[in-house]
Design a protein around this ligand. Structure first.
Ligand code: MLT
Length: 239
């Protein structure tokens, strides 16, 4: 049987074997939702980087530079981290270097830990991504970006949603309480994701920054079927 495991925080990744497994990096508000949107909207690639310096250096190589810290767009960057900034042709055929508070560091951590494929997780394409993972037939790790190594509600909720979809066939099993926990959180919140998340810290943080429409969008289900994964150092459409 294949295994699926939820890692609730990057701080717990060191306890998890990811070699030869598919790792779904989850930063619903907003990094991996934005990455999936950018690729769906025709960006030729998104390169997640850890630091602002790495992003700025890539500007000289023809990249749009995008990013935020604590939800605030970085000074002098072309884009922040709102999925809406990747629409209306703004990123079509462009390469984007993206650095965010949590999500892009997680992509790097999964890569450094030897993941087979690093996939961007989002509600926007959750069914297509779940089907791709089941077809690829590897053990799966659902890695929650959280907030500065703390567990957060939105990424855990998504992990429960994806785990429920992966486990609805006979090929996958689970053997970790974090997956049970994530599934139970999803069962509590699945009927109204936004209502369930109003209490979460990042939802409050982004609301104070007037990013309500970003959150509404990032919690929308199956807007597109584009599946996004990393090859070498950049993320592309992989289906
Ligand atoms: C993150 O990396 O945690 C998010 O991208 C933060 C944000 O977009 O506000």
């Amino acid at each position: 049987m294949l295994e699926i495991e939820v890692v609730l925080s990057p701080a717990l990744l060191r306890l998890t074997e990811v070699r030869n497994k598919n790792v779904v990096v989850i930063d619903i508000l907003r990094a991996t939702s934005t990455i999936c949107t950018a690729i769906h909207e025709g960006a030729s690639a998104v390169r997640p980087v850890k630091t602002t310096e790495e992003a700025i250096a890539l500007k000289n190589h023809g990249y749009l530079i995008a990013g935020e810290r604590d939800g605030h767009k970085l000074e002098g960057f072309d884009l922040g981290n709102s999925p809406f900034e990747c629409m209306n042709g703004r990123v079509t055929n462009q390469k984007i270097a993206l650095t965010t508070t949590n999500g892009t560091k997680c992509v790097q951590a999964a890569t450094d830990a030897g993941a087979s494929n690093v996939i961007a997780g989002s509600f926007l394409n959750i069914d297509a991504t779940s089907e791709w993972l089941k077809k690829d037939g590897k053990d799966i790790v659902l890695l929650c970006a959280g907030w500065k190594d703390k567990v957060n509600l939105e990424d855990t909720l998504f992990a429960g949603a994806m785990a429920s979809k992966i486990l609805n066939n006979n090929f996958y099993t689970l053997d970790c309480d974090s997956t049970h926990l994530a599934i139970d959180v999803y069962e509590l919140g699945k009927h109204n994701l936004a209502q369930f998340l109003i209490k979460s810290s990042h939802y409050q943080r982004l609301s104070n920054l007037h990013h309500q429409e970003d959150m509404e969008y990032c919690l929308s289900l199956n807007l597109f079927e584009t599946v996004v994964g990393q090859k070498n150092v950049e993320m592309f459409k992989i289906n």
